[in-house]
Design a protein around this ligand. Structure first.
Ligand code: BTX
Length: 326
């Protein structure tokens, strides 16, 4: 797999020009037969590679897959996504990323997949996965800060996704604390999980699911979900979207950690879907109704009760209207 990646990198560097079989052998120290075998594997992976006697190999097209070879060249980050671990299929990228986190992967490691067999949402809910049609990835973060600094990180993820979609011509809204909506429907969900000690975060795993080229959702998810394809009418390059989200995430996250960057907050406020709307949520076991207000510096949502009092929510479930609806 490593050799296959190295050959791919060599071919990609030449951007469609021929690379001779001999020069691949020389620089990687493998036999011609081995090169040929690896190239055949690349073809099986969906790469279109032309081989011409005495000229060598050249790459004609690459598949839209979320591998390191496809994503890393599109990054302009320092550490986010520099290490991409891709599995064709996993139960959940958050679970895989947590295992990577426990075994000491570098800060900013990203786990991607084409399909999740047990994609997860919050509170034990599930996240529907359409093989090869979505971006599903989890970022491992090692901020080294106290646990109380974690809540805004979900919103930084949502902000990064929202500005990415905005730059592509969509009109996204951020639904506090963890969703991105288009036309009132969920196009992206974020699930942040944390492993920590009392005073310090060990690592955070932030899972991002973006419905890119999803053509249809299973029932009852179809009532609340949408995709970029359904909204925009055309298929989009998942690699570019994944890379762009990571590119936009890094400066927002860094700014937040340095304590001088509230840019994510400006984005969440500007694109806030809840502000001014009547919402309901559970308080001490009962459902209460309030009007959603601003998001504060700690990423909390201000809510105003009919009687005039207000409160700040740290995280959790808020629903539109006075009826609980998922
Ligand atoms: P959530 O609990 O806020 O939302 C889950 C709810 O969203 C479900 O109950 C369902 O109604 C709806 N839903 C399910 N699948 C989809 C979908 N594909 N698109 C839109 N709505 C859907 C949101 O949780 C957090 C989701 C995070 C998903 C990422 S994917 C990569 C990473 N790995 C993993 O297992 N989860 C995260």
């Amino acid at each position: 797999v490593v050799m296959k990646g190295k050959i791919l990198t060599m071919l990609k560097k030449r951007q469609g020009d021929f690379v001779s079989g001999q020069s691949i052998c020389d620089s990687l120290g493998v036999s011609r037969t081995a090169v040929w075998k690896h190239v055949n594997q690349l073809k099986e992976d969906g790469y279109q590679v032309e081989s011409v006697p005495r000229k060598g190999y050249r790459i004609i097209s690459s598949p839209d897959v979320l591998t390191s070879e496809e994503i890393v060249p599109l990054l302009d980050t320092d550490f986010i996504g520099r290490n991409v671990i891709n599995h064709h299929e996993v139960e959940s990228t958050n679970l895989t990323a947590k295992a990577e986190g426990r075994s000491g992967c570098v800060d900013g490691t990203v786990v991607t997949t084409e399909h999740q067999t047990g994609g997860r949402g919050r509170s034990g809910r599930s996240w529907s996965s359409s093989p090869g049609e979505a971006v599903q990835m989890s970022i491992v973060l090692r901020p080294g800060t106290p646990p109380a600094t974690a809540p805004p990180i979900t919103q930084i993820g949502a902000a990064a996704v929202a500005v990415t979609l905005e730059a592509m011509g969509f009109a996204p809204k951020v639904k506090w604390p963890n969703d991105v909506l288009i036309s009132g429907k969920k196009v992206c969900g974020i699930l942040t999980e944390m492993t920590c000690e009392l005073d310090r975060i060990d690592f955070i795993v932030m899972g991002i699911g973006i419905n890119v080229n999803v053509k249809a959702f299973p029932k009852p998810v179809d009532e609340v979900a949408t995709s970029l394809l359904l909204e925009g009418g055309r298929s989009l390059d998942r690699r570019k979207i994944a890379a762009e989200v990571l590119n936009r995430f890094e400066p927002l996250y860094r700014g937040y950690l340095k304590g001088n960057g509230k840019t994510y907050l400006e984005i969440c406020r500007r694109l806030s879907w809840l502000e001014g709307k009547e919402i309901s949520f559970e308080k001490d076991g009962i459902t209460v109704t309030a009007t959603a207000g601003d998001i504060d510096e700690e990423g909390r949502l201000e809510v105003h009760f009919p009687g005039g009092s207000s409160e700040k929510l740290l995280s959790g479930e808020v629903h539109l209207g006075s009826v609980l609806k998922r």
